[in-house]
Structures are given as C-alpha cells and as structure tokens.
Design a protein around this ligand. Structure first.
Ligand SMILES: NC(=O)c1ccc[n+]([C@@H]2O[C@H](COP(=O)([O-])OP(=O)(O)OC[C@H]3O[C@@H](n4cnc5c(N)ncnc54)[C@H](OP(=O)(O)O)[C@@H]3O)[C@@H](O)[C@H]2O)c1
Length: 298
C-alpha cells in the first residue's frame, strides 16, 4: 500500500518534478507514491479520457514543449516498438537532451534480457543473453538509452503483480490452471516495491550514487503452483486441477509459452543489500496477502 511506501521513504529533493511517460499499471502507482510523499508527478497516457492522464503523449505525435519545463526526473514505462526502437527516444530525445534541470532518467526494462539461465541466479553482472524477440528488442532499447549520455538508470523488472493484477484475478476471472513443470520458477515484484525502489533510487542518485543497472525483484523466486495454492487458500477457493506442462503447453498462446521456456532466479542483492532498500513485500506471501486485503476493501 502507498502508506507503507511513505513510511519508509524520504520525500524527493525540494522542487523535484517527476514526469512519467506511460502511466499504465506501474506508472500510476509510482506517481501516486510520489505525490503521497509530497512531491510533484505527472503521468502520460495516449488517450485523453484514460484514467490518470495528466498529459497526453503518443510516440506517433510530438510532445507538448511545456511538459519537460522544470522536469528534474523522468521515468519511462513505455515498452519497445515492434522494430526495437524506444518510442520515447524516437520522439523526445532532443527535448530530453535540452531539458536543463534533468537530474535522473529511469527506464523500466525487464529481466527477460538475461535469457534462460536454467534456474540459476542472475545478477547485474550477468551478461545478457536474450532469447525471445521481445527481450532482444528490450536490450536494444536499454542500449539506446545508455547511448544518450543522459543520467540514465535502468531498472530490470521480473513479473509485475499487485492489486488488480494478481493470482486472484488469475484464479477468479481467468480460471488459471496449476501447471506443473518441475524445477520451473518465476521471479516477481509487487508494484509497491517498484514504486518504492524508483523513489529510493532517485534519492540515492541525488546523493551521487547511481548504479547504471539495478534488478528490482523480491527475495523468493517461486513456482506458480505455490503462488496459486497460497492465493486459493486465502480466498477459500477450491484449488484448480494440476496439469503437467507438456499437456498444458498444447493450448498455450505463443506468448504464454515463451515465458515457460525461460527459467531464472533474479538476484536483488545490489538493491536490497548494497544499496539498502527494504522490500515492502519480501516474497509472494506478503504481496498476495496485500492483494487480498485490497480485494476485500473494493
Ligand atoms: N507486466 C510485466 O510483468 C512486466 C515485467 C517486466 C517489465 N515490464 C515492463 O515494465 C513497464 C511497465 O509495465 P506495466 O505493466 O505497468 O505496463 P502498462 O500498464 O502496459 O503501461 C505501459 C504504458 O506505456 C504506454 N505506451 C505504450 N506504447 C506507447 C507509445 N507508443 N507511446 C506512448 N505511450 C505508450 C501506455 O499508454 P496507455 O496508458 O495510453 O495505454 C501505458 O501507459 C513496461 O515497459 C513493461 O513492458 C512489464
């Protein structure tokens, strides 16, 4: 919850203005947390009538010149284009380079860039070996950001979940199956901890500490059966049947299948031990309980 983020973080430096490009699931949460700390944040969406659209930005069109005036921090939550170009840089690079007060630029990337480690731990020093086309495009966007010479920090994220996008929706709406693939794990991160980590890293950068790449993952990579079982027990719902991966794979979409073809454990030691960020939801059990509490409130 936003309250938990506020409890453990300091406000951003005075007169900070955070501009978030791509105010979707994660972007909105970062903006709300930033505002709860008493700072100024604005989010873009592509359509005027979308929830939380503080300004309109679609990479097909120019950005209104005033948006980056006084911007001190920028966060991009926009995924790569199908050609592997970064949509924000394609349209706004020169405006970013000319933004006089810009101190920090965050780019939300994915841990998919590490490729398949066959269940081994990966950290920021692991050489990326992306296998999937989308991860190859992502790594290319990371490079495009780094080549700008802006004060860029890349946050690599595993599977994002939070209230409204969690095991409960999978169980209650999509009627997820319990797929059994021995040895398979997924790393995860709750949106509270993405927002918390973004704001924590901005503050750290203002003190001159800005590692270029930071994994933002929780402590406990785990398999889907554990997560769904925990959620189903909490909600008092009967467990779905367990289905072996080999038979489930036959009816999976190519995108779903691509996630099951990679197996890695994402190490968060840099963020949580060396830099000192305290996870609000250290593993899926904390995070799922939070999602359940918020489901009950709505
Ligand atoms: N979902 C995951 O598990 C996961 C895991 C690792 C990394 N990521 C990455 O982390 C980032 C945030 O994820 P999320 O799940 O919060 O994403 P999301 O809810 O899908 O939000 C993406 C945002 O990007 C905007 N956008 C997309 N294409 C655009 C374009 N061409 N021009 C302008 N805006 C554009 C969308 O605009 P509208 O609001 O108008 O739709 C939306 O606000 C994304 O880059 C995502 O790929 C996601």
């Amino acid at each position: 919850m936003i309250d938990d983020i506020v409890k453990q973080l300091h406000p951003l430096p005075v007169a900070s203005k955070l501009i978030i490009f791509g105010g979707g699931f994660t972007g909105q949460h970062v903006a709300n947390a930033c505002r709860a700390l008493g700072n100024n944040a604005l989010c873009s969406r592509r359509q005027k009538n979308s929830k939380g659209a503080d300004f309109i930005f679609d990479s097909k069109n120019e950005l209104s010149k005033a948006i980056l005036d006084d911007a001190t921090h920028v966060l991009s939550c926009i995924p790569p284009s199908i050609e592997g170009k970064d949509p924000l840089l394609q349209q706004v690079k020169s405006q970013l380079l000319n933004a006089k007060n810009l101190e920090w630029v965050g780019y939300l990337s994915t841990t998919g860039v590490y490729g398949d480690s066959q269940g081994a731990w990966v950290d920021e020093s692991t050489t990326p070996k992306p296998k999937q086309d989308r991860s190859i495009r992502r790594l290319s966007c990371e490079k495009q950001w780094l080549e700008t010479g802006l004060p860029v920090q890349i946050l690599r994220l595993p599977g994002i979940y939070g209230p409204g996008r969690s095991a409960f929706e999978n169980l209650l709406i999509r009627e997820s199956k319990m797929i059994d693939k021995p040895g398979q794990v997924f790393s995860r991160i709750h949106i509270d901890d993405i927002a918390g980590a973004v704001l924590f890293l901005i503050n750290l950068a203002s003190q001159g500490n800005r590692p270029i790449i930071v994994n933002v993952a929780d402590d406990l990579p785990s398999n889907n059966i554990e997560v769904l079982t925990f959620a189903a027990n909490l909600a008092g719902k009967t467990l779905p049947k367990i289905e072996p991966f080999e038979s489930a794979a036959k009816s999976m979409s190519p995108i779903a299948l691509s996630f099951w073809q990679e197996n890695r454990r994402v190490n968060n030691r840099l963020l949580c031990k060396k830099l000192g960020y305290n996870l609000i939801h250290p593993d899926f059990r904390f995070g799922i309980k939070d999602c359940f509490e918020q489901l009950k409130m709505n």
